[in-house]
Design a protein around this ligand. Structure first.
Ligand code: NAD
Length: 273
C-alpha cells in the first residue's frame, strides 16, 4: 500500500486509501482481515461506534506492535449520542474501546437532530488536541450550510456514498469550493454485482491489465477522493491496494462518468436520521 496522502484544510495528512471495517463482525474473520491489511501496509482504518468493532480494531493495532502514530484511525458519533454532553461521553468511550488517547478523525455519522451541539463538543475536543480532523458523514448541502452558520471551525471532510453510478457530482463540487474533503463510503458500490461486471468497466480493466474493482478505486483516487474499501478476503485486500501503479486516461474517466445514473445503492441518508 502506498502512502499517498491528501491534506485536510488544517494541514493534517490523510492516507488516501484506507480500509473500512463495517460488517466484519466475526472475531476470527476480523483478526485475519485486519492483521493482513496491516501487514500489507494499510494504516488508515475507518470504524464507528455502531459497527461494534472498535475494541477489536484497537486490539489488532496494538498487536501489530507498530507505533500508534503511524496509524490513521477514524470513528463516528452515532445518532443516539448527539448533543454536547453525550458526544463528549461517546468520544471517551470510543477512545477507551480503541485503547487510544486521541483519534485521527471523528465524524458525525448522520445529520440527526442536535448536530449543532454535537459539533460544539467536537470543536472543543479538536482544540484540546484529542482529534486531529473533525468532519461529518452523510451530510447534504443544506446540512452543511446549517452547520457552517453555527460553527467556529468548519467541517474538514464529508464521508458520503460514492461510486460510478452515484458520483455525487454536485456535492463534490460544493465540497471542493468550501475546502471540505470528499471521502467515499461504499467506493465499490458495496459489492454491487452489476457494477463490478459492467462491460464498459471490464473493457477499461482489460486494457490496463487490472480488475474492475481496481479501475473503480483508481477512478476515486484520480478525483482526489479518499476511499475506504472493505473486504475480509486477503486476496481482495491485496488487490484493492494495488492501484498506484497505473493511471486512467482522460478517455477512461469520461467513459466512467457516463455510468452516472444518479442511483444510490443504499437508502437516502435522511432515512437513518
Ligand atoms: P464497499 O464499496 O467497500 O464494498 C465492499 C464489498 O465489495 C465487499 O463486501 C465485497 O463484497 C466487495 N469487494 C471488495 N473488494 C472487492 C474486489 N476486489 N473485487 C470484488 N468485490 C470486492 O462497501 P462498504 O463496506 O459498505 O463501504 C466501505 C466502508 O465505508 C465501510 O466498511 C465503512 O467503514 C464505511 N461506510 C460508511 C457508511 C456511513 O454511513 N458513513 C456507510 C457504509 C459504509
Amino acid at each position: 500500500v502506498q502512502t499517498q496522502a491528501v491534506q485536510a484544510v488544517n494541514g493534517v495528512k490523510i492516507p488516501q486509501l484506507g480500509f473500512g471495517v463495517y460488517k466484519i463482525t466475526k472475531e476470527a474473520e476480523f483478526q485475519t482481515a485486519i492483521s493482513e491489511a496491516i501487514r500489507l501496509g494499510y494504516r488508515h482504518f475507518d470504524t464507528a461506534r455502531i459497527y461494534g468493532n472498535e475494541a477489536a480494531l484497537g486490539r489488532e493495532i496494538r498487536n501489530s506492535l507498530i507505533p500508534r502514530e503511524d496509524f490513521f484511525i477514524t470513528s463516528k458519533v452515532w445518532n443516539t449520542d448527539h448533543g454536547y454532553k453525550a458526544t463528549k461521553k461517546a468520544f471517551e468511550q470510543t477512545c477507551k474501546k480503541l485503547n487510544v488517547d486521541y483519534l485521527d478523525m471523528y465524524l458525525i455519522h448522520f445529520a440527526s437532530p442536535h448536530y449543532i451541539e454535537t459539533w460544539k463538543a467536537m470543536e472543543e475536543l479538536y482544540l484540546e488536541g484529542k482529534i486531529k480532523v473533525i468532519g461529518v458523514a452523510n451530510f447534504e448541502i443544506q446540512h452543511l450550510e446549517e452547520l457552517m452558520k453555527h460553527a467556529k471551525i468548519p467541517p474538514m471532510i464529508n464521508q458520503i456514498e460514492t461510486h460510478p453510478e452515484f458520483p455525487q457530482n454536485e456535492l463534490h463540487d460544493y465540497l471542493k469550493e468550501h475546502r471540505i474533503l470528499h471521502e467515499a463510503w461504499g467506493p465499490l458500490g458495496q459489492g454491487n454485482k452489476a457494477l463490478l461486471e459492467h462491460p464498459e468497466l471490464k473493457g477499461i480493466a482489460e486494457h490496463h491489465h487490472k480488475t474492475v474493482a481496481q479501475v473503480i478505486l483508481r477512478w476515486h483516487l484520480e478525483r482526489g477522493i479518499i476511499l475506504i474499501p472493505k473486504s475480509s478476503n486477503p486476496k481482495r485486500i491485496k488487490e484493492n491496494s494495488e492501484i498506484f501503479d497505473f493511471e486512467l486516461t482522460g478517455d477512461d474517466m469520461e467513459k466512467i462518468s457516463q455510468l452516472n445514473t444518479g442511483r444510490r445503492y443504499s437508502i437516502h441518508p435522511t432515512g437513518y436520521i
